[in-house]
Design a protein around this ligand. Sequence first.
Ligand SMILES: *Cc1c(COP(=O)(O)O)cnc(C)c1O
Length: 460
Amino acid sequence: MREPPRPRTIIEPFKIKVVEPLAIRSRPEREGFLARAGWNLFQVPSESVTFDFLTDSGTSAMSAAQWGAMMVADESYAGSRSFARFEAAVRKLTGYPHVIPTHQGRAAERLLFSLLIRPGCAVPSNNHFDTTRANIEQLGGEAVDLVVAEGRDPASRHPFKGNVDLARLDRFCAENRARIPLGMLTITNNTGGGQPVSLANLHGASEVYRRHGIPFVLDACRFAENSYLVKLREDGQGGRSPREIARETFELADGCLVSAKKDGLVNIGGFLALRDDRWVERARSLLILTEGFPTYGGLAARDLEALAVGLEEVLDERYLDYRLAVTRYLAEGLNRAGIPTVQPPGGHAVYVDARALLPHVPPERFPGQALACEMYLAEGIRACEIGSVMFGRNEGGSFRPAAMELVRLAIPRRVYTQSHVDYVIEGMAGIAARIGELRGLRLVRDPPYLRHFTASFEPV
Ligand SMILES: *Cc1c(COP(=O)(O)O)cnc(C)c1O
């Protein structure tokens, strides 16, 4: 990877106008919260969490300009000035003329997919995000993941581990053309912590889909982070602006689904944007049925104002330089403390490899969950297990572990400072130094669906 050497510290490119106290608690207090939560971090109160890395979704800090825009919003039911402003921002970003606001990303998914997907359909992508997959499967479709082999290898340092395998994509499209109503790519690829897709790969996928006559829709929640990783890592892209790269990305597709809770820099919102009008009328009719009138789509006008400003701010180079430096800085700090992470760090998250860090805890004792719980108890850090709690299964009395035991630290945008990250790295180094003392957990309540949200555990 040819990321340039850094002569100076990369600073937060903002000063702080509004502050919120960090919740600082003692270990005995957190022990009480965790025991009452059944050793499940989705069940602890957020007031007991000092550093919350559970998700980067909807957790961004908004700017003074965004809060200011919210105050001048036009809350008219129809024809709102705020909608016009939001629509102009999305058109400027994507070049797509048809813009449909939704309350978040999955609502845009449901709108589009309910028009296109029937039982037996298949939708290829690099990796589908879990709500995208669920919305496809709920309609009887099949969500097909065709990421490159490097994308499935945590140790590979390939710069674009979000790329789709173009040869497999071409073959899949040739063999299944009649049942593919649309093809997708997720940028960045959420699986693996926001691994980017190269512009070359986007061109390749666009060409494959076009040749087979398949409409191409981007899941573009992290379009700005993807564009900046292209600038940093792809040959010939270093001199371009993130906006130019984003524009070229959108030009390669026929439309996009966006959860604005990520690179929209807002706490709620999303949209569906489309190049031509073949689906627009039916999508708007469905929107009116379940989300709201086409000029607000389940949001308040003030949300549309904040989003219009956020879509501008997120493409600022200083912001993106800082954003990706934080992710890299956290990963490198953990690696220096002997904590292995998925390589290379992507856009929005760092994944700790708990199987490698806790080789003495077998998968049926949930090494990822044990580590996440100790991070909370020792330092007030909340992270998310992505391992055998989330994906392991009990089948006929025998335990089937997940492919990897990971703990994800997803980094909220513009929320924590470098000294916060330094403190987290120090705390994690302390945990790593006594990692042999961790014993793992026993599952005591195993709900049938999405068990990571509500399962209970006991220390062994
Ligand atoms: C968050 C996310 C979604 C779903 O968006 P919501 O706003 O949470 O409904 C879809 N795809 C990707 C890649 C995401 O990260």
